[in-house]
Design a protein around this ligand. Structure first.
Ligand SMILES: O=c1ccn([C@H]2C[C@H](O)[C@@H](CO)O2)c(=O)[nH]1
Ligand SMILES: [Zn+2]
Length: 145
């Protein structure tokens, strides 16, 4: 079932609350995310940067890792916001991580004009790296022995 407008707005509001928690001394680009689970819980995330830049965690993965670490792995929707005027789409690493858990998740975005855009993770990452590649590789190795 598709998410209704009221729930989308609620999720975007939670993502904005998450954005306020962003730790971004280097980029000064705060991002917030709110993840709605199938059980109805909402996990909020922000980006957390580091002096070793590569150690930075995006808002989307913060929310998702919080949920997984609390035992929740069934996801319904993920809202993402920043201070940028346009929609803020997740980076490639986050797309890959999101699709591992949720192939049908609704991705909710809002621009400065207040327009809400809803995409699926398949729209954002049509050709993910899949776990079954790993199994197939093991089989190939067995055959070669
Ligand atoms: O979708 C995105 C894109 C970027 N960032 C963060 C990473 C970094 O802290 C800052 C600039 O790239 O924004 C996110 O959290 N989510
Ligand atoms: Zn990311």
């Amino acid at each position: 079932m598709k998410l209704d407008e009221k729930t989308k707005k609620e999720l975007l509001q939670k993502a904005k609350e998450g954005k306020e928690m962003a730790y971004v001394p280097y980029s000064k680009f705060p991002v917030g995310a709110a993840l709605l689970t199938e059980s109805g819980n909402i996990y909020i995330g922000c980006n957390i940067e580091n002096a070793s830049y590569g150690a930075t965690n995006c808002a989307e993965r913060t929310a998702l890792f919080k949920a997984v670490s609390e035992g929740e792995t069934n996801f319904r929707a993920l809202a993402v916001v920043s201070n940028h005027s346009d929609y803020t789409f997740p980076c490639g690493i986050c797309r890959q991580v999101i699709q591992e858990f949720a192939q049908d998740i609704e991705m909710i975005f809002e621009n400065k004009e207040g327009n809400i855009l809803t995409l699926t993770i398949k729209d954002l990452l049509p050709y993910p790296f899949k776990e079954d590649y790993l199994e197939a590789t093991k089989e190939t190795e067995k055959d070669e022995k």
